[in-house]
Design a protein around this ligand. Structure first.
Ligand code: HMG
Length: 389
């Protein structure tokens, strides 16, 4: 029976780069009070990818521990969400295919709409499994957030990849039917094909984000009949943690919530712990936030309802919910997440500039020095073909 069959996230794991830039270093270099970042923006560190790390190597790191727990021959599709794609034609998942020894009887597709595509992939994979319960689908969201040097966005960079296995009878989260969505053609953030870095109308983007939240909430409540009190924890897209705080405040105001500050904070702050020290990972950010919630809430989350607000500039947004499955804690990979973050090397400012702004990826031949310490690495380009090990 399709109505009672549960579908959702069976396993989830994330990866980030091996380096970070402290916002203290950043503030000192720019001659700005560090509290603008610690308090005003709500960020302490941002993960920085070396030249030999890209969305494919990040994704491989995120997926590998999941494949160690299942028979990889059973994967029927890979939906790869990214807005920092590496090829205009070939999907990023196909590069992963060889690296991870995925089966040939498997489909690959790349999904794009700014930070929204990860949520789109999750919803589409859920629908596909409902139609054919034999499917086991990998949804990957991976991005490297890069803005111009000295632009307003530079303080809100970061990178990361989240891999989710979508199956029937999921062990972590059942995705619930019914969601609210909203689209509007706006230029708040975009990256034309000729650019490596994104362009942004920063202040405007924060306003569109919040108005999209209100629109999706209205649609969500109409579709599902649910009210604010039905939701136990709130995950928002996190370009920087202060944005998620503002989103939560906006929703509290909209529903005229009577919660005091401590009660309201408890419903959303655990989802910001990792993002505060990773930075924006675009399509992955919402799910890094979800992982942060799973790893950091001390009470058991069994049967709790979690909401997800996905916002992709440009803009497309969606608000939906899921229910945590009893026993979820036994399949979390929390230790791996903590290690990923803890093992990063701190960069000084000149090295960060070298990493981000000095490599010309448009070259037809490019040999990259080994800086990425992980098992999977983007080695360079030969005759316009990207090489990985
Ligand atoms: P800015 O001009 O650098 O910063 O831009 P500001 O001057 O507005 O200051 C930021 C906050 O810090 C302010 O608080 C200040 O008062 C405070 P607010 O008014 O916002 O509440 N502040 C201080 N607080 C304490 N001590 C101090 C201090 N100084 C200042 N000493 C901006 C900020 C977010 C615009 C910029 O970082 C930016 O352009 N970021 C990129 C765009 C972005 O992330 N937008 C978010 C919404 S869009 C989105 O989420 C989609 C996205 O992920 C992309 C996608 O979908 O693909 C970006």
């Amino acid at each position: 029976d399709l109505d009672i069959m549960k579908v959702g996230i069976d396993l989830i794991h994330f990866a980030t780069s091996d380096y970070f830039l402290g916002m203290d270093t950043f503030a000192q270099e720019k001659g700005i009070d560090v509290n603008k970042y610690y308090v005003g923006i709500g960020q302490e560190k941002m993960s920085i990818a070396p030249p030999d790390e890209d969305i494919v190597s990040l994704a491989a790191k995120a997926v590998e521990p999941i494949l160690q727990q299942i028979d990889r021959a059973q994967i029927t599709a890979v939906m790869f969400a990214t807005e920092t794609g590496i090829d205009q034609s070939k999907s990023a998942g196909v590069f992963l295919h060889k690296l991870l020894n995925l089966p040939s009887r498997c489909r690959m597709i790349e999904l794009k709409h700014a930070c929204y595509a990860g949520a789109a992939g999750l919803q589409m994979a859920t629908a596909l499994v409902k139609v054919n319960p034999q499917e086991k689908i990998l949804v990957i969201a991976a991005d490297i957030a890069k803005y111009d040097q000295d632009s307003s966005g530079e303080a809100t960079q970061g990178c990361g990849a989240v891999a989710m296995l979508i199956t029937q009878n999921p062990r972590i989260l059942e995705i619930e039917p019914g969601s609210g969505y909203f689209t509007d053609d706006v230029m708040d953030f975009w990256r034309p094909n000729h650019r490596n870095t994104a362009l942004v109308d920063g202040k405007y983007s924060t306003k569109v984000y919040l108005s999209s939240l209100k629109h999706t909430w209205e649609h969500f409540t109409e579709q599902t009949g649910r009210v604010f009190e039905d939701i136990d924890y709130f995950c928002y897209h996190i370009p920087f943690t202060k944005m998620a705080d503002k989103a939560h405040q906006t929703l509290l105001k909209k529903v005229n919530s009577q919660l005091d500050k401590a009660q309201a904070d408890a419903k959303t702050l655990p989802s910001q712990i990792y993002n505060r020290i990773i930075g924006n990972s675009y399509s992955a950010s919402l799910f890094v936030g979800f992982i942060s919630l799973l790893d950091n809430v001390k009470d058991r989350l069994d049967n709790k309802r979690i909401s997800f607000f996905s916002y992709g500039s440009g803009c497309v947004a969606e608000f939906f919910t899921g229910v945590i499955q009893p026993g979820y804690q036994t399949v979390l990979m929390s230790e791996s997440h903590r290690q990923q973050i803890a093992q990063r090397t701190e960069l000084d400012y000149p090295t960060y500039i070298d990493f981000y702004y000095k490599t010309d990826y448009a070259q037809s031949d490019l040999a990259l020095p080994q800086l990425n310490k992980g098992r999977f690495r983007f080695c360079g380009i030969e005759q316009d073909k990207r090489l990985y090990t």
